[in-house]
Design a protein. Structure first.
Ligand code: PLP
Length: 395
């Protein structure tokens, strides 16, 4: 069964990949400037100049045996210390290096955390719309993904639906704020209520229910929005972080897991994380980028570019009659499909050379995801085609 599952996972074509490949083919046929590819979430802003300079300096000046060598499995101590100090300064928390475990990005943080807290057959709640890899990661850890719909009016948690889904077999709940694909940022009120709901469920069912907070987009928020720090609302929290998006280095594979010291059993949880990292064969996070962490802990790439893109795209599409919740973070706009079948809408958009992802793979029907991590000119040039698409639906 396992080999079959792996084969089918390997063979299953992702809609996003298919659109991306179609886009490349189409660009070769009609010219790159005439194809508007909004399919993929690859940061379009380069890593900061200072980051590249520090990286060159590191390679030129520091001991190569140490820079490229194995580190301890949880990660280099000075890197973990730099992260803990930075978090404590920004969020008035009390983290220490021993609460941190460095990983190969948020994906690895998630697979390790799930393996550490889910027993075979236990349930993990995810909120739709969700990152399509969640069910794959949960099932690989032996768990069962349980999809709970968000409120479609604002993509905040629907507590009625959450309470219905929680039961004695629930091992964990995954949240992702700012969200891929909706761009929604969970409010402080939502965090407070979530903490209370999960604590009550732990008492009611007499078991630990872990809150796994997937945060690769934490630094990508626009305007005055502040993201609450989740450990303040619920002790049994695991944070899965990554620099893929905030520093525009997704190919370098660097992130971390943070266990909350408020959790009375955090030491045993941390041992489980170390054990899962070992069992999954991660060995250690990329050493070169571990060495970069103390140097770049305060850097981000130029996030203002995404804020501008968001404003341009949201305002323009809303002006044409498309319906969407204005995103506060990440770099995605989640637009209501003007017809019930989002796949059909995406196909019609393709005829106007616009590539957008139908929402079905995100666990929710009737929307499309538009990734606006693209050059601003692409959005500007695509607008007449979006207008024609809107006219086709008489919006
Ligand atoms: N979680 C979400 C919601 C994502 O969108 C992504 C990547 O797009 C990941 C996790 C994986 O991120 P990483 O590149 O850090 O593994």
């Amino acid at each position: 069964m396992n080999t079959e599952r792996m084969r089918s996972l390997g063979e299953k074509r992702s809609v996003i990949r298919e659109l991306f490949e179609y886009g490349n083919k189409r660009k070769a046929e009609i010219g790159a400037e005439n194809v508007f590819d909004f399919s993929i979430g690859n940061p379009s802003v380069p890593a900061p100049k200072e980051f590249s300079e520090e990286l060159c300096r590191l390679l030129a000046e520091e001991n190569p045996v140490s820079v490229h060598g194995y580190t301890s499995a949880p990660g280099d101590f000075s890197a973990r210390k730099a992260i803990a100090e930075n978090l404590n300064e920004r969020f008035e928390t009390a983290f220490a290096p021993e609460h941190l475990y460095l990983t190969c990005g948020a994906a690895a943080s998630l697979t390790i955390s799930l393996s550490a807290v889910v027993n075979d057959g236990e349930e993990v709640i995810i909120f739709a719309p969700f990152f399509p890899e969640y069910p794959v990661f949960i099932e690989t850890a032996g768990g069962k993904p349980i999809s709970v719909p968000c409120r479609s009016s604002d993509f905040q948690i629907d507590f009625y639906e959450l309470e219905k889904a929680l039961n004695k077999n629930t091992a964990a709940v995954i949240i992702n704020s700012p969200n891929n694909p909706s761009g929604a940022v969970l409010s402080e009120e939502c965090f407070e209520k979530l903490g209370k709901t999960l604590l009550e469920a732990e008492e009611k069912f007499g078991r630990k229910i872990y809150l796994i907070s997937d945060e690769p987009y934490r630094e990508l928020v626009y305007g005055e929005i502040k993201i609450p720090f989740v450990t303040k609302y619920y002790a049994d929290t695991i944070i899965c972080y990554s620099w893929s998006k905030s520093l525009s280095i997704p190919g370098e594979r660097i992130g971390y897991i943070l266990v909350s010291p408020e959790n009375t059993k955090w030491k045993s949880l941390y041992s489980g994380i170390c054990g899962a990292g070992r069992a999954l064969g991660f060995v250690c996070a990329p050493s070169l980028f571990q060495h970069m962490i103390p140097k770049c802990i305060k850097m981000t790439s130029d996030i203002s570019v995404y804020a501008e893109n968001r404003n341009l795209l949201y305002d323009s599409l809303a002006g044409m009659g498309f319906k969407a919740v204005r995103p506060d973070g990440a770099f995605y706009l989640f637009v209501k499909s003007p017809e019930a079948d989002a796949k059909a809408f995406s196909e019609k958009a393709k005829k106007h050379e616009i590539l957008i992802v139908p929402s079905d793979d995100f666990g929710m029907e009737g929307f499309v995801r538009i990734s606006y991590c693209v050059p601003k000119e692409q959005i500007e040039r695509s607008l007449p085609n979006f207008k024609k698409l809107a006219e086709e639906y008489s919006l």
